[in-house]
Design a binder for this molecule. Structure first.
Ligand SMILES: Cc1ncc(COP(=O)(O)O)c(C=O)c1O
Length: 502
């Protein structure tokens, strides 16, 4: 209903981007129809387009910025066609390449609604209910994982950003000078971080961005199971202390990006506690697996973390972009980022309200919380337990099926990630690792271009393996059972072509 004092005044032609309600309704319905058709046909489409860069550019046309605007209906139809045909379909039942969730349709609708209202979640006052929806989503994610739900936290663009926030909170808490005002005092050169070699590259990027530099990282050895070697960790901390360095942070992975290995998190928590260090867990991929009754027991250690990064756009099945940073000490998180500028009006009694610009690096922030909140509400704890447990079970089934194929050598299976490679029947893998590496690299490219499935790779001890990660609620038993035949068939094809080069 229009506010009585706000009579609509028409004063000339509509702005170029204005759209009447009638036109919006018609275009919106048409687009929803197109998207629904796309979703329905996903299983019958290739998992990824086979498109050279020149073809992708040719589809767009390489002209300059249009001088005059195009008709919105034609434009939307063209855009839909371009993106349906030109992008890997992460929600395809056989799309197992990267750690990315099949996106929940309710999240897609949430994004649409969020951008229609377009609240800015910088300060509470500019988006009251939206800010509360974000606060509730953060509490619910913490609750789902068994992390204290009175922690500080916020939604981020993704896992890297959520991890950076943990890194910054740790650094502020452990620098024994006022790092926010004094910056990198000489003592910063002695701050040391402990993480395994299997850690995702957010850590290198993060140390670089915050000025510590990658040399601040002590790379801790892993065992043959690719989990952090806690003996090496203890020894490196002790050696650094003895040399006058300043250890401040232990980073554990709740599911590494390559193979899904879960570090011995309870032991890492104990070591961090004994040494008075901050304990950060990168749970971007694997933290949600804690809801599954048969998940690795070591995941429980994430509940002891001082900070935890989780990715809603991975195993919580929310469309990109949505990560989540959780920090046990809520005030500590706020103290890491808070400024109170005069241009935001803070009312009296505002103290318990969350002004999100005070909790992270962003100022203006979109309403990504809505899609997260809708997905959490829509599936509930039971829904997530089922979807994630199914993914864990299907990955184990996939691994068994791959292992039963005489032309496939399996390597690792952790959480929902399996690694394996094609080995020709008459081939002794000890003969020449390089040939097998080259064969499997070509095989991977061939599989990715073929569209029957989408896989990626992991390199373990110099060996190039294929990698399938199931964070996908559309994958079924028949999909995973189909994989060995696809890999062996395309593997034989590549081997025939390469055989001369053995
Ligand atoms: C373990 C882990 N940490 C961090 C990230 C980075 O997350 P994002 O790509 O959302 O920034 C990933 C991405 O795959 C990951 O698997």
């Amino acid at each position: 209903m229009a506010h009585p004092k706000m009579a609509q005044v028409k004063d000339g032609p509509a702005a170029p981007l204005e759209m009447s309600a009638t036109e919006f309704r018609a275009l919106g319905h048409d687009l929803v129809e197109r998207i629904a058709d796309f979703l329905e046909r996903i299983p019958h489409r290739p998992a990824a387009p086979h498109m050279a860069p020149s073809q992708a550019r040719a589809r767009l046309g390489q002209g300059g910025l249009p001088e005059t605007g195009a008709e919105p209906g034609d434009l939307l139809a063209r855009a839909a066609e371009l993106v349906f045909e030109g992008c890997r379909i992460n929600g395809h039942p056989r799309s197992w390449g990267y750690v990315i969730g099949s996106p929940a349709p309710i999240g897609m609708l949430g994004d649409f609604l969020a951008s229609a209202v377009n609240p800015n979640l910088a300060s509470w006052g500019s988006a009251p209910v939206a800010s509360e929806i974000e606060a509730q989503s953060v509490r619910w994610i913490a609750d789902l994982l068994g992390y204290p739900d009175d922690c500080g936290g916020l939604l981020t663009s993704g896992g890297n950003m959520a991890n950076f926030i943990g890194l910054l909170a740790a650094r502020r808490a452990h620098a024994d000078w006022d790092i926010r005002s004094q910056g990198l005092a000489p003592a910063a050169g002695r701050l040391r971080i402990y993480a395994s070699r299997e850690t995702h590259t957010w850590l290198e990027k993060g140390t670089e961005i915050i000025g510590l530099g990658t040399d601040a990282i002590r790379w801790i050895a892993t065992g043959t199971d690719l989990r952090m070697d806690t003996g090496d960790l203890r020894a490196r901390i002790a050696a650094d202390r003895a040399a006058g360095e300043k250890p401040f942070l232990v980073v554990g992975s709740a599911g590494t990006v390559s193979t899904g290995a879960v570090d011995p998190l309870p032991e890492l928590a104990a070591i961090a506690r004994e040494n008075d260090l901050w304990f950060h867990v990168d749970g971007c991929y694997g933290a949600p697996a804690i809801v599954a009754p048969d998940a690795p027991a070591d995941l429980q250690g994430l509940r002891e973390a001082d900070s935890l990064a989780v990715d809603a756009h991975k195993w919580l099945f929310v469309p990109l972009e949505a990560g989540c940073a959780l920090v046990r000490d809520r005030q500590g998180l706020r103290d890491t980022f808070s400024f109170r500028p005069p241009y935001y009006h803070y009312g009296q009694g505002d103290e318990d309200l969350v002004h999100y610009h005070e909790y992270g690096p962003q100022n203006s922030r979109g309403f990504r919380a809505l899609k997260v909140w809708l997905a959490l509400n829509s599936a509930g704890r039971a829904g997530y337990t089922k979807m994630i447990s199914d993914n864990l079970r299907l990955s184990r089934r996939m691994y068994e099926a791959l292992g039963a194929d005489p032309e496939i050598e399996t390597a690792t299976q952790n959480l929902s990630i399996a690694t394996f490679r094609y080995v020709p029947k008459d081939y002794n893998p000890a003969e020449d690792g390089e040939y097998l590496n080259a064969l499997n690299m070509t095989l991977l490219s061939r599989l990715q271009a073929g569209g029957e499935t989408y896989l990626s790779n992991a390199v373990i001890e110099g060996r190039f393996y294929l990698r399938a990660c199931i964070t996908n609620f559309r994958t079924r038993e028949a999909d995973v059972r189909a994989l060995p035949e696809i890999v062996a068939r395309v593997g034989r094809e590549v081997e025939r072509e390469m055989n001369g080069n053995r």
